[in-house]
Write a new protein. Structure first.
Length: 501
């Protein structure tokens, strides 16, 4: 690829960034990094009626969370601010006027109702005089409205004020518009089926079509990689490039993302906003790996791929045309894979972000010892608070004393077993070996002497120590808790059974 690669991610701040939107950013970023090119972020905020407060920061936070960095912006130094189209309005106004002067665009004063009648007449294939008011019966078939036939002089002499007019692009009324899409191959559209479209609104803001072409040209974008849903807009954009005399970029329209039922991804398939996945405790590296497989693959079978492998192999010929299926179960599995691969200290650091209360330095060190015990069972980081709760505090979370009594035991037998366990553990001096191997051997002997099954005795000890019937490995858990905490919890359990708790 001889020319320098310059790509952009151009979201609209109309809400929380969703999976498909961020997938587009990711593919552009990977393409730029693969070719040693530039990745630019541009906020397309010209539709002020749909602007949502906080949306821009949510978009940028989503990129930062995934470690997707961008290379330039309107301000010198870093970190770069993204480009914002609302700060570039004069550029678009001048370009719209240029098209009017050239005869490629015209002022339009038609109301929405008038335009809808015109569209309806075309759809129904009726005579204009039969379907339109008398004053409009002289309109001729074509892409635009009567304003197109009036010309510049006629339009500006209309009695309607300039504040009510828009600038509409005049599409060719014959021929075809062609593009070679780098993913989908050759595509063409019949020009006579394309309507004239607004490029500058009455409020002075450009529409998406004018702004995107202007900025992609001025920012020297080499490749436009965007969602498949923008494919029908491509003939409009190519005609704008032609009218300005600009060389168009290469186009690549990415496959859509669907749910397992092949319907367009929506809330009923689960969370769709990238921020929701962060809140739920997905790792950014797992999320990135999962999203890149929504339309791209390394070899058709490898699923866990390092970022370095992805960047080194990210070429457009590996992107599929067919829709990608968003599988929540696969994402959950992949997140577990990445969690299990984290060093204990790093896992503890990330888990701490999902534990509501502040952990002091000692508790953070304690969490580092807990992390390896829960690592195999942890699928999402938002489970951290619940899965570690049994380790914190002098006493375990409150539980029903009846759960201490295991199947095949009675209260008296359970109490005697607890007292035997306490006697054995007290025989280990403070500061002595309280390692899991020593504990398992010592309590295993006690179990034999009581003539209980290991399931019964160790189930009793597990509930007494943690307040739960299911926990991380029992003896490793007791080792991490330490002698004094385990003794305190077993004493409490004995009091509960004895009717004193």
């Amino acid at each position: 690829m001889a020319a320098a690669v310059r790509v952009r991610y151009a979201p609209s701040p109309t809400g929380q960034p969703h999976i498909g939107n961020i997938r587009t950013a990711l593919f552009n970023w990977l393409f730029a990094r693969h070719h040693g090119g530039k990745f630019i972020v541009r906020i397309e905020d010209t539709d002020q009626t749909r602007f949502v407060d906080g949306a821009i920061e949510a978009i940028l936070d989503g990129l930062r969370w995934l470690n997707i960095d961008w290379d330039e912006g309107p301000e010198a130094g870093g970190p770069y601010a993204p480009y914002e189209q609302s700060r570039r309005l004069e550029i678009y106004r001048r370009m719209a006027e240029q098209l009017v002067d050239q005869g490629n665009a015209y002022y339009c004063y038609c109301s929405r109702e008038e335009l809808e009648r015109l569209r309806r007449a075309r759809r129904e294939g009726r005579s204009r005089s039969d379907s339109l008011p008398v004053g409009e019966a002289n309109l001729q078939w074509g892409n635009g409205c009567n304003c197109r036939r009036l010309g510049r002089a006629g339009a500006v002499s209309e009695p309607v004020g300039a504040d009510n007019r828009v600038v509409r692009f005049a599409m060719p009324e014959s021929g075809v518009t062609r593009v070679h899409d780098l993913i989908r191959g050759d595509i063409e559209w019949s020009n006579e089926l394309q309507e004239d479209f607004v490029i500058l609104k009455s409020d002075g803001f450009p529409t998406y079509h004018l702004a995107v072409v202007a900025d992609d040209h001025l920012m020297e974008i080499s490749h436009v990689m965007r969602a498949e849903e923008w494919l029908p807009s491509t003939p409009r954009h190519l005609q704008l490039y032609s009218a300005f005399g600009f060389e168009p970029p290469e186009f690549a329209h990415l496959p859509m993302i669907t749910g397992p039922d092949r319907a367009k991804l929506s809330k009923r398939h689960g969370a769709t906003a990238i921020g929701e996945y962060r809140e739920q405790g997905y790792l950014p590296e797992a999320m990135l790996n999962f999203m890149v497989l929504l339309g791209w693959s390394l070899d058709g079978s490898t699923e866990v791929v390092t970022l370095r492998q992805i960047i080194d192999n990210f070429t457009l010929d590996r992107i599929t045309k067919s829709a990608a299926i968003f599988d929540q179960e696969k994402l959950l599995w992949m997140n577990g894979v990445y969690i299990r691969d984290l060093p204990a200290e790093e896992l503890a650091r990330r888990m701490a972000e999902y534990i509501p209360r502040h952990l002091d330095a000692d508790e953070q060190d304690y969490l580092c010892n807990i992390a390896p015990l829960v690592q195999e069972r942890l699928k999402r980081l938002d489970e951290s608070d619940d899965i570690t709760a049994c380790f914190f505090g002098e006493l375990p979370p409150d539980y029903d004393p009846a759960t201490l009594v295991q199947k095949g035991m009675d209260v008296e037998g359970a109490l005697a077993a607890l007292q035997s366990a306490l006697s054995k553990l007290r025989s280990i001096p403070p500061g002595g070996d309280f390692g899991h191997e020593k504990l398992e051997a010592a309590l295993g002997e006690t179990c034999q002497g009581l003539e209980l099954s290991r399931r019964q005795f160790f189930g009793l000890l597990r509930t007494a120590a943690t307040g739960r019937a299911v926990s991380p490995p029992l003896f490793e858990t007791m080792q991490v808790m330490g002698r004094e905490k385990v003794l305190a919890r077993l004493r409490l359990a004995a009091r509960k059974l004895d009717g004193e708790g």
